[in-house]
Design a protein around this ligand. Structure first.
Ligand code: NIG
Ligand code: FE
Length: 407
């Protein structure tokens, strides 16, 4: 047993379901003078108002704020190489899709990822996960999507498995071969989708290498019908689904997300009313990526509209070598507060329970309650307002993952 005592403020959502509408704010409970008892990997009990049992093994939180460990529900964690040389091009006005068409962007990372060994990819991803843990992020979704052929997509997914089994991280694997059309299928997105569905996906399923399947539904990448085909196949294989939708144009990706009951849709900067209402009906979570808006100098997604429409909002990094070379979810929380105009409580639900549900882990992650996994952060902060207000410093003081003190 391990007792975390002297918690000045404990801020947490309750339950296993995503918080939507007014509940995204009101569903966060603020408790004072708390203690949390951990039994190995699991939270045993939460005590309020100064009541706590005696325990030999104690961490003194020093009156600080404690929350559940943060969950980053959208990253492209496994990649070779960086793309710093593209930044001047972008600053000169070249668009994302223009760079992609010229063989840069995702295709640049494709080459570096294909050339990298499994060990190299593992070491790079582990470095990022260590950084994230140090910032209080205790669970991370990780996508493939820079291999774009049988061998290299499986290689990326095997790295994710190793990070979980060997590295001990909470990593949730997503198969995203439908991230771009590779050179082998240039000009033939239909042929490539057919190839993924019939040649890669069955192998991924055989080896149980993913939980989610994602597709980049966007002008110049995959259209709605190609995306529908990809995700329908995924569902037939029993996988849950996600969609990169309406990042640049509202071509129908968010509408599709709601129609097929996708767990989440991502980006959504250009989402229209039809997309928002389809997602509300389908119970789809909006995974918003403010770091990408910042980095690409784009608009920020209409978070308040989603909340008003009853769509649960999660905030994630989108960590990748192109559009968001940052794994700093704390910065995204600042942006959620300042740019999405979400309240500190809404931001907290967005990076804990809603993000946990976006990775299918609402039953074990995302809140500080008995029975949940013992993932907690003791913050160098006295309250939630401070947490979303201070920017550019790492505010995680102590981090506990599966009951282990990892920082
Ligand atoms: O989510 N939008 C598509 N994919 C990534 C970008 C990946 C890259 O540029 O390498 C994203 O932003
Ligand atoms: Fe992404």
């Amino acid at each position: 047993m391990l007792l975390i005592k002297n918690i000045g403020m404990l801020a947490t959502a309750k339950g296993n379901e995503p918080l939507r509408g007014a509940a995204q704010h009101n569903g966060v409970t603020i408790m004072r003078d708390c203690a949390v008892l951990l039994n190995d990997e699991t939270i045993q009990a939460v005590y309020e108002n100064g009541s706590a049992p005696e325990c030999g093994n104690v961490i003194d939180a020093g009156g600080a704020l404690v929350t559940a460990g943060l969950v980053d529900a959208h990253t492209h964690l496994i990649f070779g190489g960086w793309r710093q040389h593209e930044v001047p091009l972008k600053l000169r006005g070249a668009g994302y899709l223009e760079i992609l068409k010229a063989g840069g962007g995702i295709l640049n990372t494709l080459t570096a990822t294909r050339n990298a060994s499994e060990d190299e990819l593992y070491d790079r991803a582990k470095k990022a996960l260590d950084e994230m843990l140090d910032h209080g992020i205790t669970a991370v979704e990780a996508k493939s999507g820079y291999g774009l052929d049988v061998e290299n997509e499986l290689k990326q997914l095997r790295v994710i498995r190793r990070l979980k089994e060997e590295g001990g991280f909470n990593v949730i694997p997503t198969f995203m071969a439908a991230h771009a059309v590779p050179p082998e299928f240039k000009g033939d997105p239909d042929g490539y989708i057919e190839f993924i569905c019939t040649k890669i996906l069955p192998k991924v399923a055989d080896d149980e290498l993913c939980e989610f399947v994602d597709v980049f539904c966007e002008t110049g990448v995959f259209d709605v019908e190609q995306s529908r085909k990809m995700l329908t196949y995924a569902q037939v294989y029993g996988f849950k689904t996600k969609i990169h939708a309406d990042e640049i144009d509202a071509i129908g990706g968010s509408v599709l997300a709601g129609e097929i009951g996708a767990t989440s849709a991502e980006h959504l900067i250009a989402v229209d009313d039809a997309g928002i209402s389809s997602m509300a009906k389908g119970g789809t979570i909006a995974c918003l990526l403010p770091g990408t808006s910042l980095y690409l100098n784009k608009e920020f997604a209409p978070a308040r509209k989603f909340i008003e429409a009853g769509v649960p909002v999660a905030i994630c990094t989108d960590f990748n070598p192109g559009s968001c070379p940052s794994d700093d979810l704390q910065l995204c929380m600042n942006l959620g507060y300042l740019k999405y105009r979400m309240t500190p409580e809404e931001v907290l639900s967005a990076v804990t329970i809603n993000a946990a549900c976006a990775v299918g882990r609402g039953d074990i992650l995302g809140t500080v309650e008995p029975g949940k996994q013992a993932d907690l952060v003791i913050w160098d902060a006295e309250d939630l307002d401070y947490l979303v207000y201070r920017m550019g410093t790492n505010k995680a003081k102590k981090v506990i993952m599966k009951g282990n003190i990892v920082k």
